[in-house]
Design a protein around this ligand. Structure first.
Ligand SMILES: Cc1cc2nc3c(=O)[nH]c(=O)nc-3n(C[C@H](O)[C@H](O)[C@H](O)COP(=O)(O)O)c2cc1C
Length: 227
């Protein structure tokens, strides 16, 4: 089970009693230490590039993952802005045991999201997301005419209540493809995503790209005598 947002202590006790493995999402090293003390099996270090609800801390995945690897003994999974084999390898190099990817799998054939949502992800560049604020914790969404109106940078008068209401109607945009009725969640890694593919192909591509990079790194940095 994955838990997120806040101290997992109470839930961990319940889940561990039933022998369930618990992964907890953390946005900073203090939260990672707390989660480890609470008894979670794995922490997911999620940086500010991610799609969906974010921490107000806004630490990037690149800065966050090595910090968290250094401060806990349990395995670390990296999340946020990872959309292909390059991101996967980079996170392994930083000491993560694996990655969690959200945005990439929305643009998969099997995802129940509306094709219009998937197409907006494919067409988006890395600069095409913004953070909207239903409260202190922002939510990263794709820039669309609908979400543009909720951008506090452009419209400082937009209230948290308006943003909460807009997120409440996300079902219409997510599942029914009515982009004028709700926002579309996405991370900054949307820029790398070029096509809607079956999950099998996405995973195979990531593994193949990662394996190729690993070989190149070995070739470039390790001499033939292994030094
Ligand atoms: C549409 C969408 C819904 C999400 N819902 C949740 C959620 O309910 N709980 C949670 O902990 N993370 C949620 N996330 C975050 C993902 O689990 C994942 O950590 C994140 O998407 C990783 O960043 P990426 O989108 O750059 O790959 C969501 C992400 C997206 C894009």
């Amino acid at each position: 089970v994955t838990t997120s947002a806040g101290n997992p202590e109470r839930l961990v006790k319940l889940l561990k009693k039933r022998g369930i493995c618990v992964l907890h999402v953390v946005p900073n090293s203090q939260a990672a230490r707390k989660a480890e003390l609470a008894g979670v099996d794995v922490v997911i270090a999620e940086g500010g590039e991610s799609g969906g609800t974010l921490s107000p801390n806004d630490v990037s995945t690149l800065a966050l993952v090595p910090m968290i690897v250094d401060c806990v003994k349990i395995p670390v999974v990296a999340a946020g802005g990872i959309s292909d084999g390059r991101g996967f390898v980079a996170m392994l190099m930083m000491g993560a045991e694996g990655v969690q990817m959200g945005t990439r799998f929305i643009a998969s054939l099997e995802c129940i999201a509306h094709p219009r949502y998937k197409n907006v992800i494919v067409e988006a560049r890395e600069t095409d997301t913004l953070k909207i604020y239903p409260g202190p914790a922002p939510v990263r969404v794709l820039r669309t005419p609908f979400s543009d109106r909720l951008d506090r940078g452009k419209n400082p008068s937009v209230s948290e209540e308006e943003v909460r209401k807009a997120l409440g109607s996300a079902r219409l945009s997510f599942l029914e493809g009515d982009l004028n009725q709700g926002p579309l969640l996405s991370g900054q890694g949307c820029g790398i995503i070029q096509e809607i593919s079956p999950v099998k192909v996405i995973v195979e591509d990531i593994i193949n790209q990662a394996a190729k990079i690993m070989k190149t790194i070995h070739f470039d940095f390790i001499d033939s005598d292994g030094s």
